[in-house]
Design a protein around this ligand. Structure first.
Ligand code: SAH
Length: 368
């Protein structure tokens, strides 16, 4: 299908040659006029995908309690930045703030900072968080959030950041690029020259087999986050679908809850890649932070009291509501197909003086 953006991308390739996957992803998701996130709210049953906070209020509530405990572990600073990266509709933050009312000093200390590039989703966040309007501000990048210790939440944010891919062929890594076929359609191909950057990205992995695919997440945002936390204090809770390193092609498109061809309709489908948690942990540790996890989302939510919270919500509820609460808890924490408990993982990056993050034990520190 041609889209306004596919024409623009084809013209760029015709003028400048095939483009790296990261450039293609950045254009598809973030092009100011036609980018996927710039033009729509993709969440929910009528959108392209559903996220944990949209499944149940329990998710944001438990993360709010985690944030309170982490703030207390930091010595309860009287002023801090509660930051969310890619807050979607603002649902997670609203649920977290409601649960955190149990500890009024936390709410009084928190200034809320939403890092969001999409004007459509900023408007949705403003509606959801209308009750907190006096203390919420928006930023395009984390680097714009004012100084101070920070607690940073990121659910399904890193999977939306651009990646590059390299394919191992005849003893060398070659960058995968988006080019044009004879009919002028977008196609994936390989840069014929061996990549100079890729060998360093693969240095910590086993020797690759012919055809192996290596993915590399642009490290800028994770590095900026880590350096800020190291310099000014705080911790980040990162939740996403992903893995702990290795080879494999996870670049995918989702349209109306189905997998689609990532080249078929630029700007109209969500493009993502599974998050390499080992890369995030290494970036955090290189900046001087401690890294914990990745822990499976199911285990993490169970430790924070998912079962107890579900029981509380079911008390005095109708049979239909009770069944809904149970179904939501299973979807968030179960390990079956279509459930998020195992597929999604939780990583914490924390300033070294803070100690163990809530819900983690000392054997779960990432030290590789
Ligand atoms: N955290 C939300 C939404 C996940 S979708 C939830 O769990 O429901 C990804 C979010 O990241 C959206 O809000 C999207 O607009 C935002 N986003 C994507 N790329 C971004 C970027 N480069 N900078 C800031 N926000 C971005």
């Amino acid at each position: 299908m041609t889209t306004p953006l596919s024409k623009e991308i084809a013209a760029l390739i015709a003028a400048e040659g095939p483009m790296p996957l990261s450039r293609y992803m950045a254009l598809c998701l973030g092009h100011p006029r036609y980018g996927y996130y710039m033009t729509r709210d993709p969440l929910g049953a009528r959108g392209d995908f559903t996220t944990a906070p949209e499944i149940s209020q329990m998710f944001g509530e438990l993360l709010g309690l985690w944030a309170v405990a982490q703030w207390q572990a930091m010595g309860s600073p009287p002023a801090f930045r509660l930051v969310e990266l890619g807050p979607g509709r603002g649902t997670l933050m609203a649920d977290a703030l409601r649960a955190a009312r149990l500890v009024p000093d936390f709410g009084a200390a928190a200034r809320i900072h939403l890092v969001e590039t999409s004007p459509v989703l900023r408007a949705a966040q403003a509606r959801t968080l209308a009750g907190h309007a006096d203390r919420v501000s928006w930023h395009d990048r984390l680097e714009e959030v004012p100084d101070g210790p920070a607690l940073v939440l990121a659910n399904e944010f890193f999977d939306a950041l651009p990646i590059d891919q390299y394919v191992f062929h005849a003893g060398h890594w070659h960058e995968r690029r988006v080019g044009l076929d004879d009919g002028g359609r977008l196609v994936l191909g390989l840069d014929p020259a061996p990549s100079r950057a890729a060998p360093a990205f693969a240095a910590h992995l086993l020797p690759p087999a012919e055809g192996a695919v290596l993915e590399h997440l642009e490290s800028g945002p994770a590095r900026a986050l880590s350096e800020r936390l190291r310099a000014q204090g705080g911790a980040a809770l990162i939740i996403d679908y992903g893995h702990a390193g290795g080879y494999g092609d996870t670049f995918q498109a989702l349209e109306q809850h189905r997998f689609a061809d990532p080249l078929a309709a630029p700007g109209n489908a969500d493009l993502t890649a599974h998050v390499d948690f080992s890369a995030l942990a290494r970036i955090g540790r290189a900046a001087g932070l401690r890294a914990f996890g990745p822990l499976e989302q199911g285990a993490f939510l169970a430790r924070l009291g998912l079962a107890q919270r579900a029981e509380r919500l079911k008390r005095d509820a109708s049979d239909e509501l009770r069944a809904g609460v149970d179904a939501a808890a299973r979807r968030l924490a179960g390990d079956g197909a279509g459930e998020m408990g195992r597929l999604f993982k939780v990583l914490v990056l924390a300033h070294p003086e803070i100690g163990l993050p809530p819900a983690f034990d000392s054997t779960e520190e990432w030290v590789r």
